[in-house]
Each structure stands twice: as structure tokens, then as C-alpha cells.
Design a protein around this ligand. Sequence first.
Ligand SMILES: NC(=O)C1=CN([C@@H]2O[C@H](COP(=O)(O)OP(=O)(O)OC[C@H]3O[C@@H](n4cnc5c(N)ncnc54)[C@H](O)[C@@H]3O)[C@@H](O)[C@H]2O)C=CC1
Ligand SMILES: O=C([O-])CC(=O)C(=O)O
Length: 354
Amino acid sequence: MEFRGDANQRIARISAHLTPQMEAKNSVIGRENCRAKGGNPGFKVAILGAAGGIGQSLSLLMKMNPLVSLLHLYDVVNAPGVTADVSHMDTGAVVRGFLGAKQLEDALTGMDLVIIPAGIPRKPGMTRDDLFKINAGIVKTLCEGVAKCCPNAIVNLISNPVNSTVPIAAEVFKKAGTYDPKKLLGVTTLDVARANTFVAEVLGLDPREVDVPVVGGHAGVTILPLLSQVKPPSSFTPQEIEYLTNRIQNGGTEVVEAKAGAGSATLSMAYAAAKFADACLRGLRGDANVVECSFVASQVTELAFFATKVRLGRTGAEEVYQLGPLNEYERIGLEKAKDELAGSIQKGVEFIRK
Ligand SMILES: NC(=O)C1=CN([C@@H]2O[C@H](COP(=O)(O)OP(=O)(O)OC[C@H]3O[C@@H](n4cnc5c(N)ncnc54)[C@H](O)[C@@H]3O)[C@@H](O)[C@H]2O)C=CC1
Ligand SMILES: O=C([O-])CC(=O)C(=O)O
């Protein structure tokens, strides 16, 4: 009988949390009184924009990451549904959902890593810069929340245009007095994933064996694959270089056009974001030699931000690597990339300083 009593109490507790009344009473969407806390030692991760195309798949992938103990899913719509769904996966991370601006602070408090895929995606005919008008304000608001509630968190910024949203985030953090350049990382991992895939196709290799550094930024000509530095060392014909560079630079547009109005890359992007977040968490844990490309504050060129390989450690991007030797084709590409990047960075900075 004692056992039955305990079990009944447990069931009553759980059922109570399933009622809409209780959900409404709770400031967060979760199961606060349940015993099952996962109990994993690990990191606390928030996804802002978790109900979107990228956000949903990314939530699934982060729920599967053994380094995550607590996963906060925030969005202005549909966060409860995504949270309920993902929370039934029998992996270690405990999942809590947060809906709307009033719950942003709860979503962010105590987080080690904040991943931001919030904002509108492109439709055919648009550039990433066409998203600035709407996404700049979204990123500003969310980063103000980060500065207030988890100023020491690592931020992985996905929302486009990354070439401008990263400078916007930096300015927000500077204004709040919390800016640590090592902790603000623009996510360019999808460019590397595409480059590895397309180069592997040309070379007839497994993409997992290929490593292509992609530097610069995350839009059109600012995406600069360094094919002269591909591992394993490989040579390409001028036609192959032209084909690969164009395909990598226009990979996002290829998906936007194929989706024909239904958005941009979400599945490959969630994969890339999960890979990059995992690298950040391994760095936070103290693993050695965690190296990824990312758009960060940089002294590699005269620009304030630039994507190169960075070494991720306990405090974020602890080392920003130089470009290494470039061939003539890449030197010309670098000048074009810098010209466009300069304007995009300036636009982001001015959005906050105006
Ligand atoms: N860095 C990269 O390599 C890539 C970046 N992106 C960018 O990621 C962003 C998201 O793309 P999708 O997931 O496809 O778009 P989506 O429209 O499917 O999802 C965006 C989500 O953000 C949410 N949202 C809007 N305002 C918000 C706010 N203030 N706070 C929290 N959430 C908010 C929406 O409710 C929606 O659930 C776009 O800007 C897109 O261009 C997309 C692919 C690659
Ligand atoms: O192209 C877009 O709009 C989305 C994006 O950044 C990408 O897929 O690389």
C-alpha cells in the first residue's frame, strides 16, 4: 500500500502538470515537480527561435547531445508544442519551454550557451541583406536579454544577415558593458559543410575525410573557400575552382530556389548549428584542439569581424587563426569579400549607434 500511495502521489503530481491551468500558472512550460531531472552533469543551452524551421530540428539534435543537461526552448509562437514533443525523447537533457517576450528572461537565466536562429528567412529573389530590416531588431532585443540574464554565456548567432547581426550583437553587449569578443560567434559552419560536400563530390572522396577552410563572411562573395588549403592536399583545374567557388558561395540560394518560397536551408543548417554548438561545448569542457570556422571579432584583416578558423576553449574563441598562404585567385576573392563585408559590418554597427 505504501508503494501504491507513493506511485499515486507521483502520478497525481505529473498529471497536475499536464493541465492547462497548471501550465498557465507556471511561468515556464515544464514539469517543475517531477523527480526526473535527467541528472546529467552538463551544460545549460537555450535556443531562441526554437519553433522555427531551423529551431525545431536543432532542438531535436541538442536534446540528443550528451553534453547538454538543460535545454531551454524559447520562441514567440509554438514553443509549448515543440517543448512537449522534444521532451518525450529519452535522452539526458531536461527540456523546458518559454513562450513570448515575458518569458525571455527566464529562458536565458543561467545559460552557458545561447543559440539564436530567430528571424525571417529568405524567399527567392531576396539577398540576405534584405532580411536586415526585420532581423536586426529581433537580434537586438534577444541580445539585450542575453546581456541582462546570462552575460557570460557563449552566443552562437545564426540569424541573417550574419555579416551584420554579429556586429549588432557586439554593439548591444558593448552598450550593456558585457562584451567579451571571445564569446560572440557567428555561425558559418554550413558554408564549411557545403564546401566539404561539394569538394568531396569532385574528388570522389567521403565528405567526412575532407576539410575545406571557408573564410570571410556569410553572404555571396564574402563566402571565400580556400581550396588551396583543402585537406587532404588536392589540386583542382581552373574550371573546378570556378565551379566549386560559385557553388559554395551560392549554396544558400540553391536551397532557397529549390524550396520555391517555403524558406531557406533548415535541415542542413540545424545539422551545422548542432555540430558547431557541440564544438563550443567541448571547448567549454576543456577539450584540446577544438577548431572550427566562425565569424568573430578579428585582427586577421583590417575589418573588425571576419570568419577564419578559431580554437574553441573554456572561454570561447580563444585563438583566431591567420589566413595562411593564399593563391592569386583567393587573393582577388579576398579583396571582393572585404569590400562587401566592410559595408555590412558598418550597417550593423550603425543600427545600434544611430
Ligand atoms: N547562419 C546560417 O548559415 C544560416 C542562417 N539562416 C537564418 O536563420 C534564420 C531562421 O531561419 P528559419 O528557421 O528557416 O526561419 P523560420 O521562419 O522557420 O523560423 C524563425 C523562428 O524565429 C521565431 N522568431 C521570430 N521573432 C522572434 C523573436 N523576437 N524571438 C524569438 N523567436 C522569434 C519565429 O517565430 C520562428 O519560429 C533566418 O534569418 C535565416 O536566414 C538560415 C540558414 C543558414
Ligand atoms: O541562404 C539563406 O538565406 C540561408 C543561409 O544563410 C544559408 O543557407 O546559407
